[in-house]
Design a binder for this molecule. Structure first.
Ligand code: HSE
Length: 439
């Protein structure tokens, strides 16, 4: 058997500790599959004394991850610290520059510096592997890069953030508050160190930018992603969605259009009967529409120590076997610049929740503003709370919810119609608008 692969790991949080445990638990199988044993020999983390449930006593300890990355005593550097600059970037650059392959789960860093890091890896003839950076335990990077190499891809979309899906699922099923669900996601180790990355949609955008590059042969460009998070989603929206036959998911969508590759992240209404609507909790799902395979959906755990460690270990095993793919599927110089089609061009159906002053003419005015712009309505729902039923229609009472589902139209048309509805004076709050995505 060949020499053992000596692995250095920087970052011993939930994922780092799980990687050490998984490599240990699967050491015999991994050695058999890779043709050489895989040994963690050195680690780096912020606090040497913290209890992590793994024994690091026999490993060489580095206070500075860059020193670990440069060390001649490791063959492979695994970065699990996170952060799109600072130590993570410096350490990965140092490892690549010193001719070592790198495995990372750091989507934020790849979304920002993926191109320069891939170029450096290419120049040094080493691997830069990042299966764990997107959709946790789902092997979607390899699926797009190797498994679907014979396809032309039209659309990739999915639930890419476990925290958001966990929050939306529990709010819907248990009627819990947003804050309570987020606190639980943090306790369970799903959320980012700064959960704004999750709930603001940025984590999904980072992952989508990586998938877009792999699917469409474009340079990673997170700035090209239109991003909207889930913080404005209310229990009322989740309830209305249910009544109208939909479910709300935070989706990342990358789609080939006549104007280039559209990349967007936003809360989305999906038909309750769709495969993606059934994906609940921390589970992620990615659907790929491609010419030869037609439609492929991968479903699995999107966050958490073991699931993410599974992807990290798969990359380590590839490197142990000597596999080195172009990180984004093509040599960096062959990747095309990402396009940025304008958001207002998006076409599809919409869910609109209005808070309406309950006066005669309100519903007619809303319907008129829609009809004037050829917006066709699939459903209309106004159901006053029981306490209000039969009460005098004086115009002073609390506003009531008025929910519409439209057939396909453009985002610009919807915004224009809503501006006109607001100007009519029947609306008490900013309208809630959620796009509908069909299978
Ligand atoms: N915070 C991320 C999530 C972790 O919730 O999906 C995995 O990237």
């Amino acid at each position: 058997m060949a020499e053992p692969l000596r692995v250095g790991i920087a970052g011993l949080g939930t994922v780092g500790a799980s990687v050490i445990r998984l490599l240990d638990r699967q050491s015999a199988a991994l050695a058999a599959r890779s043709g050489r044993s895989i040994k963690v020999t050195a680690v780096s983390a912020r606090d040497r004394t913290r209890e992590r449930g793994v024994d690091v006593a026999g490993l060489v300890w580095f206070d500075n991850p860059v020193d670990l990355a440069k060390s001649h005593d490791i063959d492979l550097f695994v970065e699990l610290m996170g952060g799109d600059e600072g130590p993570a970037r410096l350490a990965i650059e140092a490892a690549l520059a010193s001719g070592k392959s790198v495995v990372t789960a750091n989507k934020a860093l790849l979304a920002k510096h993926g191109m320069s890091l891939a170029k450096l890896a290419e120049e040094k003839h080493v691997a830069l592997a990042f299966e764990a950076s997107v959709a946790g335990g789902i092997p979607v990077v390899k699926t797009l890069r190797e498994g679907l190499a014979g396809n032309s891809i039209e659309r990739v979309y999915g639930i890419l953030n476990g925290t958001c899906n966990y929050i939306l699922s529990r709010m819907e099923l248990e009627g819990l508050s947003f804050e309570a669900c987020l606190a639980d996601a943090q306790k369970l180790g799903y959320a980012e160190a700064d959960p704004t990355f999750d709930i603001g949609g940025f984590d999904t955008a980072h992952k989508l930018a990586i998938l877009t590059s792999l699917a469409f042969g474009t340079a990673v460009d997170a700035e090209a992603v239109q991003v909207e998070g889930i913080t404005a989603i209310t229990l009322a929206d989740l309830k209305s969605a249910e009544e109208l036959g939909y479910r709300i998911k935070l989706l990342g969508v990358a789609q080939r259009t006549e104007e280039g590759i559209e990349q967007r992240v936003h809360p989305t209404m999906v038909p309750r009967s769709s495969a993606i609507a059934a994906v609940m909790g921390v589970t992620n799902a990615v659907t790929i529409d491609a010419d030869a395979v037609k439609e492929l959906t991968l479903v699995g755990p999107g966050a958490g120590g073991d699931a993410t460690a599974s992807a990290v270990v798969a990359d380590i095993a590839d490197i142990a076997k000597g596999i080195r793919s172009a990180p984004f599927g093509l040599p960096v110089a062959s990747l095309e610049a990402a396009t940025r089609p304008p958001a207002q061009r998006h076409e599809g159906g919409y869910y609109i929740r209005l808070s309406v002053h309950d006066r005669p003419g309100a519903a007619a005015a809303i319907a008129t503003r829609m009809a004037e712009r050829q917006i066709s309505l699939e459903s209309i729902m106004q159901r006053n709370p029981p306490a209000k039923r039969g009460a005098a229609n004086s115009g002073t009472a609390k506003p009531v919810p008025f929910v519409l589902i439209t057939y396909a139209t453009s985002e610009a048309t919807i915004r224009e119609a809503l501006d006109a509805v607001v100007a009519d004076g029947y609306i008490a709050e900013k309208p809630q608008v959620i796009r509908i995505e069909r299978e």
